[in-house]
Every structure is written in C-alpha cells, then in structure tokens.
Design a protein around this ligand. Structure first.
Ligand code: SAH
Length: 251
C-alpha cells in the first residue's frame, strides 16, 4: 500500500476554527510532522507518532514527510493558519519537484485552514472589504530589496496590506522600515491594525494611526494590517473600533 501526505492547516489557534475536514485528516494520520508549537496543538492518541521539530528549514521537514510516505506511512504535516500561506504546502511541492521521482506518485493533499489575516479581519469588522494583498516581511527566504520594492508597489496601488512575520529576534528592524515606507506613501491617519495571537487566550488587538504605529507594538505572533485610503473606523463602546474598507471605489 502506498503512503500519503496531507498538509493540514490548523487555523489561527482556537480549535473551533479548525475545519472538520482538517480534523478528519488528523484523525487518519499515523505520523505528525511540524514545528513544535503546531504539533503541540494536536492531541496525543495511540497510533500517532509525533515528530515535532525546531528545525526552521521547512524543506527538510517536507523531505522527512515524503520519505515516511514513500515507506508507506500516512503522514500529516501541520501548519498554523492555512498551510498554503507562508507555510508548509509550498515546501512540500518544492521538495517533490526537486526530489525522488517516486514522490510524484504519492497521494498529496492540502487541507485549508483559516489564515491569520482572515481571522484578524473578522475580529475587527471588514478591513479587507476592498482589494488587498498579503506579504511576508521575513527576509529569510527573499532579499530585503524585493520586499521593499513589492511593498512600495502595493502601497502606491492603494491595496490594504497584510504583513505576516513582521518581526522576530533575528529581524528586529524590518517592520520599522516598512512602516516608514508606508508613511511616505499613505496619509498619517491611515489605520494600522496590530492583531496579536488572534483566537488564542492571549489575543490582543490594537488599532493605531500610521503616525502612531511603531514596530515595538508587534511581536512574532502579530499580524499587521495597513489600511488603504478608504479604510475607516467606527468607534464602539469597548475601546477597539470597528475597522472596515468599503467595497465601492468612486469612479
Ligand atoms: N500559515 C500561517 C502563517 C505563517 S507565517 C497562516 O496562514 O496564518 C507566521 C505569521 O503569521 C506570524 O508571524 C504572524 O504574523 C501570523 N500569525 C499566525 N497566527 C496568528 C494569530 N493567531 N494571530 C495573529 N497573527 C498570526
């Protein structure tokens, strides 16, 4: 019998936001592979071998999964949010493309999850109501010059911009530069959302203006959303306003 690899999106954190299809894929798995905090989210059960790793090289993890599947195992590879958004799904296909031709005959499926950007947007209202884009600010896998060129282009095109991986210990300055670039292009009162640990017990939401926004407001668990020119706020009782971007754009 041939093995399989299912790349499973675990959603932003709250188990209620895991799809039933993802849950079923986890229940079928014999081996579970992923970065430690994601593997920790999947309950232990007899018959499931957990391979939690702190190796951040995703392609290494992908190869391991494919080797196990080639040996006949049913493997689930887990990512937070959606596995296709700055996560393991692309690493799996990169490994397949470059690897053993036998891997192409394995059954490989991807189970989508709710990505951080959509979970954060839902908490705030509808900040992604118009055209938007998503970028990873990490320069581990691409040059910083590419990131700034893309960011400059989408800011000028007036997209709402979601920034994943805004900051880490090894990358302390990138978000500050990105916000400074935004301030050159967008108005100082543009809303900027800092959505931290959405749907987890330590969730924290802040809405600042671009003039107030600082990189120190973010950490590795934060998603940053920079509003477009039409993005606006509706104040409400409890402090954090609704944020929305109308779908309509004047002619
Ligand atoms: N595949 C994931 C993204 C991986 S990149 C997804 O689809 O959500 C990791 C980045 O995602 C973090 O640095 C942070 O910017 C964002 N992120 C992941 N989970 C989050 C959450 N629950 N709340 C806010 N941001 C989150």
């Amino acid at each position: 019998m041939t093995g399989s690899v299912t790349v499973v999106g675990l959603g932003p954190g709250d188990p209620d936001l895991l799809t039933r299809s993802a849950e079923a894929a986890l229940a079928r798995a014999e081996d579970l592979i992923g970065y430690i905090p994601y593997v920790a989210r999947v309950p232990e059960r007899p018959g499931l071998i957990r391979h939690a790793t702190d190796n951040r090289v995703e392609v290494d993890r992908a190869r391991h999964a494919l080797e196990l599947a080639a040996a006949g195992r049913h493997v689930a590879v887990v990512s937070g949010g959606d596995p296709g958004v700055f996560a393991m799904a692309a690493a799996i296909f990169e490994a397949v493309e470059a690897g053993d031709p036998l891997w192409r005959t394995l059954e490989i499926t991807v189970e989508p999850g709710i990505t951080a950007m959509l979970a954060a947007a839902a908490r705030l209202g509808a900040p992604l109501g118009g055209d938007f884009c998503a970028m990873s600010l990490s320069d581990n896998l691409k040059p910083w010059a590419v990131i700034t060129a893309r960011l400059d282009a989408v800011l000028r095109a007036d997209f709402v911009v979601s920034l994943y991986n805004p900051i880490s210990k090894a990358r302390p300055w990138q978000l500050g530069r990105a916000l400074a670039l935004a301030a050159e292009i967008r108005a100082p009162d543009t809303p900027v959302i800092f959505a931290r640990a959405v749907s987890r017990p330590d969730e924290a939401l802040r809405v600042l203006t671009l003039a107030e926004a600082r990189e120190t407001t973010a950490d590795m668990a934060t998603l940053v959303i920079i509003g477009a020119s039409a993005t606006r706020l509706i104040s409400r009782g409890d402090g954090v306003p609704y944020v929305y971007t109308p779908r309509s754009v004047p002619a």
